[in-house]
Design a protein around this ligand. Sequence first.
Ligand SMILES: Nc1ncnc2c1ncn2[C@@H]1O[C@H](COP(=O)(O)OP(=O)(O)OP(=O)(O)O)[C@@H](O)[C@H]1O
Length: 271
Amino acid sequence: MLTIQNLTKAFGANKAVDNVSLHFDRPMMIGVIGASGAGKSTLLRMLNRLETETSGTITFEGREISALKGGDKRRWQADCAMIFQQFNLVPRMDVVSNVLHGTLNRRSTIATMFNLYPQADIHRAIDILDRLGIAAHAAKRAEALSGGQQQRVAIARAVMQNPKIVLADEPIASLDPMNAQIVMDDLRRIHDEDGRMVIANLHTLDTARRYCDRVIGMRAGRVVFDGTPAQLTTGVARDIYGADASFSEAATSTSIDTLDRPTQAKRAERA
Ligand SMILES: Nc1ncnc2c1ncn2[C@@H]1O[C@H](COP(=O)(O)OP(=O)(O)OP(=O)(O)O)[C@@H](O)[C@H]1O
């Protein structure tokens, strides 16, 4: 489905991503972890073509997306929506319009300039907000919402694009544990219910363990771990983060674990 082969991105002499090869044969929820500067953001940015690789290839469903240009590249960018740490909403614009921005890639410039959206799109945007439990805020300006609510609007905007892949770059890094949990639950839902692949850069081990089917560990641009949450032991984590024996998991954890949430096992039981 998604294959990354010998992917490298160099900024001068610095290899931000260094000869990375990965293969995903089905949509799943993937966590990418690693210390600051390990190359997580650069990897995600290459996947949606915000950054051009120095060498290597990315192939999705048989198509080499690293070769796409112009309209094809824009269509690919609609197919893999991006969610950022700082939400990247238009602060003074209302929530529904922010969500409708998710359709920009397939609309004419004139329609966009005058904010002309088809009724069907407006209804769909409200349905998505409703599904994420924030329809009550639809008419408010984005800047009036809490950080957690803004990130949920950003997720709604991503879903509005109807993407095959959702790329989330540190989606909970600016949120308190309660909101972090809500946002991670939403990301998990859009994988579980819609079958979309979700790839999230995470700075906390407990979140990766709790929510992801597969975890990729990066260190200095290289993939040093690729396995299941169960395989992500403290020793492995120590290698990924390049820490010595004094490495403490608490330093890379949120308090999500202490909040009430169905575990993966319980989710599997229900399914
Ligand atoms: N546009 C750029 N120009 C030059 N160097 C860059 C650029 N973007 C990233 N880098 C460098 O590439 C390396 C990897 O950065 P990247 O942001 O991908 O890491 P990261 O794992 O996402 O870190 P963080 O968790 O701090 O965001 C770092 O050394 C960084 O300084």
